[in-house]
Design a binder for this molecule. Structure first.
Ligand code: ZN
Length: 180
């Protein structure tokens, strides 16, 4: 099975809104298998297509109940609040406590082209919300509050590239959308 390199923060592909999938093809089946293999080996519980550089609205997941895929997913309803320490395979080694809706109702399409709807709670709901963000070019860091953002900038600035110099990505490519 082909493993795909997971794109990390600073890669512009993570900031592009992915496009709808208009046709369920065999290629999509293969892509899903590759994404699951990449996710399991990371290891992670979710992986969205943009994280391997593919601008399509699809993500795979397995939060402990077996592998799943959602194509062209849409969150229809959300409710409540839930705090969870959230990480991202595209922001390796870092995680932040975030509040997001506790429950969601999400719809999408499976690999047979059938409509799927899931009422998700807590971890499953969090996972889906996180992966949905990736399809819209949104990253975990966009949800941080001012204090968390300051810490994140410090930490990300301290991560050197192969040459040992700081990554030239802090600021613009972190893409913080909220003003302080
Ligand atoms: Zn992520």
């Amino acid at each position: 099975m082909v493993m795909n390199a997971i794109r990390v923060i600073g890669d512009p592909v993570l900031r592009i809104k992915a496009t709808e999938i208009t046709e369920i093809t065999e290629n999509l089946d293969l892509l899903t298998k590759e994404m699951l293999a990449t996710m399991y080996s990371a290891p992670g519980i979710g992986l969205a297509a943009p994280q391997i550089g593919i601008q399509k609205r699809l993500f795979v997941y397995d939060w402990g109940t077996g592998p799943g895929v959602l194509i062209n997913p849409e969150i229809k309803e959300s409710d409540g609040e839930w705090v969870f320490e959230e990480g991202c395979l595209s922001i390796p080694g870092l995680s932040w406590e975030l509040v997001r809706p506790k429950q969601i109702y999400i719809v999408g399409i499976d690999l047979d082209g059938n409509e799927v709807s899931i009422e998700a709670d807590e971890l499953e709901a969090r996972l889906f919300q996180h992966e949905m963000d990736h399809l819209d070019g949104v990253l975990l860091v966009d949800h941080l509050d001012a204090d968390q953002r300051r810490e994140a900038n410090k930490t990300l600035m301290g991560i050197g590239d192969d040459t040992g110099s700081p990554l030239p990505i802090v600021g613009e490519n972190l893409g913080f959308t909220k003003s302080e």
